[in-house]
Write a protein that binds this ligand. Structure first.
Ligand code: DC
Length: 222
């Protein structure tokens, strides 16, 4: 069985999807991490992000693996665990850029579908309910206002020298929203048969409870 959770950056998808998966004892799959790995590889190889041909060549020659350790997803680029390295602001922006390339998407979508065949999953991303797994039993579209998403990111930052201002965060999220929603290949869009949850003003727990209620009603799972 599949729960697909899509939505823009900073809507709380990963925190919520991870907890829903934990409570159901299903597997959580974070598909954004895969686009981040492609971006990391391109940056490591000093490929210009506008050089689509070389990014496609690079993606054909890398191995991306997912493993779960203590229920946490770890992602490996050519057998190296890069789960932490992919979390920088630079990689967030670059991931959104490489995700516009259809050849990149094709490779990652195959991996995502393969993972969903093997187990019950809660999968989050931008195109899970529309393109990757259109037959998902439950589809959620999580959103929140740009201001609310930026404020959450601002609060979540660690107190170190790389801390960004609220305005910088807002600009970065806005760039990603625009890139993700306006690309030609599988743009971020709400699936017609998905349930919209606007998380502005809701706590994480409230959203988790709402999703678990839906799961109980629709899938008869406790
Ligand atoms: O969910 P995230 O912030 O880790 O995703 C990083 C970028 O990857 C996001 O800005 C767009 C892209 N992405 C995508 O195009 N499709 C997905 N299913 C997941 C992520």
């Amino acid at each position: 069985m599949i729960i697909a959770i899509d939505g823009p950056a900073g809507a709380g998808k990963s925190t919520i999807a991870k907890e829903v998966a934990k409570r159901l004892q299903w597997t959580y799959i974070d598909t954004g991490a895969m686009y981040r790995v492609v971006a990391l590889d391109a940056i490591n190889k000093e490929i210009d992000l506008a050089d689509i041909n070389n990014i496609i060549k690079a993606v054909d020659n890398i191995q991306i693996k997912i493993a779960h350790i203590d229920r946490n997803q770890h992602i490996f680029l050519n057998n190296k665990d890069v789960s932490q390295e992919i979390r920088s602001n630079e990689i967030s922006q670059a991931a959104s850029t490489v995700a516009t390339i259809p050849e990149v998407r094709n490779k990652l979508v195959q991996l995502q579908r393969h993972l969903a065949k093997e187990q019950n999953v809660v999968m989050d991303g931008r195109d899970i309910g529309t393109i990757v797994l259109p037959n998902a039993e439950i589809k959620i579209f999580l959103t929140a206002s740009l201001e609310e998403r930026a404020k959450r990111r601002f609060k979540d930052q660690k107190e170190d020298s790389s801390k960004l201002s609220l305005d910088q965060i807002m600009k970065q999220i806005n760039f990603r929203d625009t890139t993700d929603a306006n690309r030609v290949a599988s743009p971020l869009i709400q699936a017609k048969d998905s349930i919209l949850i606007d998380t502005s003003g809701l706590t994480i727990d409230m959203v988790i409870e709402e999703i678990l209620k839906l799961v109980k009603e629709r899938l008869y799972v406790n």
